[in-house]
Ligand binder design. Structure first.
Ligand SMILES: O=C(O)CCC(=O)C(=O)O
Ligand SMILES: [Fe+2]
Length: 312
């Protein structure tokens, strides 16, 4: 169980020029995205919507954020458990913050003002541009999955209530011989996650056979990963993969920019995904209430909180 395999996650080109496809190639690509998600719950997307320059500016902004005094970072308190400033004593290498509604000017500006009362325009601008570019990737991925399942209409009805949380994360470098846990195994509670890292690897995904897959993804690409809410929406066809971070010796800190897409409205399984072979697996649910449930006594002891919470 502790070992990892040489299996590689599928890599799918979602760069803007590669999506200008004639209909049959577009259908094939949509199916490729859906199949990767059904098999692994995630895949690596090559995506050029974030230029090298924007990427560098965003990681610089993130480094600047982590250099702030702890008491300033600790002002980042969100209603979601572990949503705001987090540095758990049992994970000494890990530190993260949460920026809600990050694709809106108001969202990023209120966070920036909290961290830098006299302002930090370059921080706001790069984080906003970065998040908007990743939100575009999200809309593309969602359109592709919806097209592949024939559920474009139900997707259109929830699309407008998507909200994005940006979680800049830092893992301190480690000098020991042993691999050290950066974050414990978990599934994400949201609809979809988009991860982008500096050149330091560490993410591992648990495959269906129980083996851990090391995720090695180049700077120009993103890990696209389903969350628990997506499993509900697809009536269990796409499962949120268990993942963790294990850090090896190195001199460089690991920086990750995670964007978490959540649907504010109730999520209901589209009727097109329910039939005799696929009976309804989940009742309609509210993502935010579910996230709170995960940290209740019942949620914490459940092996699969999403099934406990709204499974049929
Ligand atoms: O650092 C990573 O690569 C993954 C982070 C993660 O799983 C999370 O923030 O939920
Ligand atoms: Fe995660």
């Amino acid at each position: 169980m502790g070992s990892s395999t040489q299996v590689k996650l599928p890599v799918i080109d979602l760069s803007l020029k590669s999506l200008n496809l004639k209909s049959s190639a577009w259908v094939t690509k949509c199916d490729e995205v859906r199949c990767a998600l059904e098999e692994y719950g995630c895949f690596i997307a090559v995506y050029d919507g974030v230029s090298g320059e924007l990427r560098d500016a965003t990681f610089r902004a993130s480094q600047e954020l982590f250099k702030l005094p702890t008491e300033v970072k600790a002002l980042n308190i969100l209603d979601t458990p572990y949503g705001g400033y987090t540095q758990p004593p049992m994970l000494p290498l890990y530190e993260s913050l949460g920026i809600e509604h990050v694709t809106t000017k108001e969202g990023i500006e209120s966070f920036t003002k909290l961290m830098w009362p006299s302002g930090n325009q370059s921080f706001s601008e790069s984080m906003l541009m970065y998040s908007k570019a990743v939100a575009e990737l999200d809309q593309t991925v969602m359109k592709m999955v919806a097209a592949s399942y024939g559920i474009e209409e139900p997707y259109e009805s929830i699309r407008g209530s998507t909200t994005y949380l940006l979680k800049p994360t830092k893992y301190l470098s480690t000098q020991g011989n042993e691999k050290i846990a950066g974050i414990h195994p978990h599934t994400d509670r949201c609809f979809m996650t988009y991860l982008h890292q500096n050149e330091v690897n560490g993410l591992q995904i648990k495959a269906k056979d129980g083996e851990w897959i090391d995720v090695d993804y180049p700077p120009s690409s993103f890990v696209v990963m389903a969350g628990d809410a997506f499993m509900v929406w697809t009536n269990g066809r796409i499962e949120a993969p268990t993942h963790r971070v294990m850090l090896t010796t190195g001199n460089k800190d690991r920086f990750v920019l995670g964007i978490f897409a959540t649907i504010r409205d109730q999520i209901t399984v589209p009727q097109q995904l329910v039939d005799e072979d696929h009976p309804l697996q989940f009742h309609a649910f509210d993502n935010s209430k579910y996230t709170h449930f995960c940290y209740t006594e019942e949620g914490l002891k459940s092996e699969c909180p999403i099934k406990t919470y709204c499974g049929v």
